[in-house]
Design a protein around this ligand. Structure first.
Ligand SMILES: C[S@@+](CC[C@H](N)C(=O)[O-])C[C@H]1O[C@@H](n2cnc3c(N)ncnc32)[C@H](O)[C@@H]1O
Ligand SMILES: [Zn+2]
Ligand SMILES: [Zn+2]
Length: 447
């Protein structure tokens, strides 16, 4: 049997929810979502993963009869709800159409394939896609120059059992229908949008998405959460095998306990909403849209034995304070930018040496001059990005904006002799994934 695709999983999850979907908190959340959009009469809107049309109807109202809204969703049940609502008010909503399709295969949706829009929206769906960066790049091809995309991603503590489930699944190599691990802050959403070549207008935190604000579970609730949400929830089939279930329950408990602070696990009812614009003026980003072939940055090592290039613009700069970065650079931290692995290539690699210095990442260096060049995380869902040491980038080669410093990470391992000035940049402790990292043992010869 062919493995389930992302779209198959979505259909499985949402078919059973379709008829009661409008009774959920999504109805009030989409009202808040649309209030950030600044819609005006006459605009053309594409509502991706429109579901039962909660957001599409609000958009159709706002763009009026001179505008147009197209909703696309892959789940028949959700779409039939939307179409039934529209058919009850055909005159008022003559500007609104719904189509069935996979939103990562829009070229197969006749009404959309050669079109561009003033606004593309995606509410409560980004975390269903394994590679958010690639997805946003793909969707931005459907924006007019100057058009905007608006989408939301979860706060790391939103629906907390889901996050624990995702970590459990990753550790056991099981497939989980959500991909939230990357969404850690407003800045991680900003990075996704910027890496797709878009100009970020705003990223805001929307609190109280489902109406409960913040709540706390006991550290001892792990088994109960596992039974209630996992065994009876969406991922049930993944854990049907008793042996897998037993192992998963133990790992779930471990991950749950790791999140506890003073014996409590916090759940935060918030999402981040990002709005970003497709650039109109070539000059900031010279390539956009369908051709991703121009080289936007290049760089290499001190002796030129290693050279690389990227056809995608880089993310903002992150300073990594982890012990490994300190040791390989001889400095208190290593500054990195990230580009999509699919847009990156080495143009000269005669002296390139690849080293795995921990279970977490693979790094490259020049074996002649010693320069550290790249790092790729080995975790599922993270291999799509290649981090480049900012010092190896030829800044004069940049055909996009100079990236800005946006984050300090792994501060739990910060060099004690280094004083971090108050630079106003986001600070993160040692990553929650760091527990997976086994220390690197130097292979010793027996001689
Ligand atoms: C949580 S619902 C959100 C619906 C709507 N945007 C809202 O806010 O009410 C997620 C929707 O994403 C749709 N979906 C997931 N993957 C999809 C894909 N690859 N193509 C089209 N729709 C997809 C599901 O069918 C479901 O209707
Ligand atoms: Zn070199
Ligand atoms: Zn590091």
């Amino acid at each position: 049997m062919a493995p389930e695709t992302q779209a198959d999983i979505a259909i499985r999850l949402y078919s059973s929810r379709s008829s009661s979907y409008d009774d959920s908190w999504h109805a009030s959340f989409t009202k808040r979502f649309v209030s950030y959009l600044n819609l005006s009469p006459g605009q053309q809107v594409l509502d991706l993963a429109c579901g039962s049309g909660l957001l599409s109807f609000l958009e159709a109202d706002a763009v009026g009869s001179s505008g147009r809204v197209i909703g696309v969703d892959v789940t028949k049940g959700m779409l039939s709800e939307a179409i039934a609502k529209r058919d009850r008010e055909t005159e008022k909503f003559s500007n609104l159409k719904f189509y069935e399709g996979d939103i990562l295969k829009l070229e197969q949706v006749e009404a959309v394939k050669d079109q561009t829009f003033d606004l593309v929206t995606l509410a409560s769906a980004l975390v269903l896609f394994p590679d958010p960066g690639a997805a946003v790049r793909y969707w931005s091809d459907y924006l007019k120059p100057g058009g905007c995309i608006a989408l939301d991603a979860t706060h790391p503590n939103n629906i907390i059992f889901g996050m624990v489930l995702e970590r459990t699944g990753r550790r056991l190599g099981l497939s989980i229908p959500y991909h939230r691990e990357w969404s850690k802050s407003k800045d991680t959403l900003r990075d996704v949008l910027e890496t797709a070549g878009l100009e970020v207008e705003q990223v805001v935190t929307i609190d109280n998405q489902a109406g409960y604000g913040r709540r706390y579970y006991e550290i001892s609730d792990a088994d109960d959460q596992f039974e209630r949400n996992i065994i009876l929830g969406d991922a049930a089939t993944t854990f049907a095998d008793p042996e897998i279930r037993k192992r998963a329950k133990a790992v779930f408990k471990e991950e749950w306990e790791k999140l506890a602070v003073n014996g409590k696990v916090e759940e935060v009812d918030a999402v981040f909403l990002g709005i970003a614009r497709k650039r109109t003026t070539p000059g900031t980003i010279l390539v956009s849209g369908k051709s991703h072939t121009d080289v936007l940055l290049s760089g290499g090592c001190r002796c030129q034995g290693v050279r690389y290039q990227s056809t995608a613009p880089p993310s903002s700069i992150t300073f990594c304070h982890c012990r490994a970065c300190q040791q390989v650079s001889g400095a208190p931290f290593l500054p990195f930018i990230q580009v999509p692995t699919s847009s990156f290539k080495f143009t000269s690699s005669s002296t390139l040496r690849t080293l795995k210095l921990s279970d977490a990442a693979e790094r490259t260096f020049c074996s002649t001059c010693g320069s550290p060049i790249t790092m790729v995380y080995l975790f599922e869902g993270r291999k799509e990005g290649t981090s480049l040491t900012m010092g190896s980038v030829d800044t004069e080669s940049l055909k996009c904006e100079m990236p800005k410093v946006r984050k300090h990470i792994f501060l739990g391992e910060k060099a004690p002799w280094f004083e971090l000035s108050d630079d106003g940049v986001e600070r993160m402790e040692t990553s929650l994934e760091a527990h997976l990292i086994k220390p690197y043992l130097v292979p010793r010869s027996s001689a």
